[in-house]
Design a protein around this ligand. Structure first.
Ligand code: FAD
Length: 371
């Protein structure tokens, strides 16, 4: 049996970057992936010629020039700019909160008019905000809170805003310009060839076994390589010895429609409580698709139970403390724990790439553009 330098558990973005760095150093990697495809959560299916983001909308954005250049060596990033729209009972508001939003909400025209209304409404909360509702009102006032934050947030967390802690919303950016670009990052886009092409290029020299669960025979697999990089859930690695870390999950409902253009943009948020989904994604708009049909996905937030797909870590005090104990146990293993599940934290794609670069370099590997 072939022996490898690295056994990489999980074929997501973290290990893709790591595999690329290892291959450059002539190291051999064996990748185990539980699912039937590579790419982890950035994987897309093709339906009616349209790339469908199978695990939720993924928009690449970063201010890190090195990460941007790295990605652009493997794929061509298009000029997609995320400018989502909120639908509140049929009223359409631009996001993030900016002059387009305020002008629609209050029929005003100038930043001074918007600021006057915001300040008047922010003053409703006098002392320290006691919960998420008070925090949001203190940041953007009651009108924006009621129409654009309350229902959406309650659906996301499955709880009333008055029962959620204030710290969940630390900042709510308010822009006094007519600028609908959601991200502040210097670079953003979607790979024209698709995310899978990026991951395929990065894994091009690795041997990959799909439909293979490392944890079903951890000790056996460990014999196949000198070192292990594990990007699955850290609590699962230890067989949940101290209990399970909690997540929020999502359910996706995808539908092909016999219409060319369903909603006119990639992302529409449904901010009222009574509509059970939080967003509808129309995938073709990520790449300016001109197909005759369209594919849309409704996103329903859901509670998470063991066995379900973990999406968002619940980084509250209790879970964070539990993670810290697992992390200490992990530090005593001769295994590298990386990525969003291995480190139990929400990581955007650029941050995952950055983190994999740092970890690879610490082992003397390079990603290719070092001077
Ligand atoms: P993953 O992609 O989760 O890969 C881990 C892999 O390990 C999985 O394929 C899993 O099946 C496999 N695995 C786990 N356990 C085992 C095992 N025992 N044996 C074998 N294989 C195993 N980022 C952005 O930058 N922009 C966005 O717009 C954006 N939107 C997002 C939307 C949603 C709904 C979510 C959940 C995330 C979003 N992200 C976004 C974050 C992005 O998905 C992550 O940064 C990235 O996918 C993490 O890569 P990873 O390799 O760490 O983990």
């Amino acid at each position: 049996q072939k022996h490898y330098d690295y056994l990489l558990v999980g074929a997501g973005l973290f290990n893709a970057v790591f595999a690329h760095a290892a291959a450059r150093a002539g190291k051999r990697c064996l990748v185990l992936e539980k699912r039937a495809h590579i790419g982890g959560n950035i994987h897309c299916d093709t339906v009616e010629g349209i790339e469908v983001h199978r695990y939720g909308a993924h928009i690449f954005h970063t201010s890190n020039a090195e990460v941007w250049d790295f990605v652009n060596r493997f794929v061509t990033m298009n000029r997609f700019t995320n400018s989502p729209v909120a639908n509140y009972k049929g009223e359409m508001y631009n996001l993030p909160f900016n002059m387009n939003t305020f002008s629609r909400m209050w029929n005003i025209r100038t930043p001074a008019e918007a600021l006057a209304i915001l300040n008047e409404q922010r003053a409703e909360i006098a002392g320290e905000p006691k919960n998420l509702e008070e925090q949001a009102i203190s940041l953007v006032g009651r009108d924006i809170y009621e129409k654009l934050i309350k229902g959406y947030t309650e659906k996301q967390w499955g709880k009333a805003c008055t029962e959620l802690p204030a710290f969940i919303i630390r900042r709510l950016p308010v822009r006094l310009t007519y600028d609908n670009n959601y991200f502040n990052d210097r670079y953003q886009g979607i790979p024209e060839e698709g995310y899978d092409a990026l991951v395929q290029a990065l894994f091009s020299e690795a041997d990959i076994l799909l439909n293979t669960d490392y944890l079903a025979d951890k000790e056996g697999w460990n014999l196949r390589a000198d070192a292990v990089v594990y990007t699955g859930p850290i609590d699962a690695y230890f067989d949940y010895a101290l209990g399970a870390l909690e997540y929020r999950s999502l359910r996706f409902e995808t539908e092909t429609l016999d219409t060319e253009n369903y909603q006119g943009c990639a992302v529409v948020n449904y901010t009222e409580r009574d509509i059970p989904y939080t967003r509808i994604i129309e995938h073709k708009h990520f790449v300016f698709g001109t197909q005759q049909k369209t594919v849309i996905t409704r996103e329903y937030p859901s509670d998470w139970k063991p066995g379900m797909e973990p999406y968002y870590p619940v980084n509250d005090t209790k879970n964070q403390a539990l993670y810290e104990v697992y992390r200490e146990m992990g530090a005593r293993e001769s295994v590298i724990f990386g990525g969003r599940l291995g480190e139990y934290r929400y990581y955007d794609m650029d941050k995952v790439i950055e983190s994999a670069m740092v970890r690879a370099r610490a082992l003397g590997l390079t990603v290719g553009d070092e001077t």
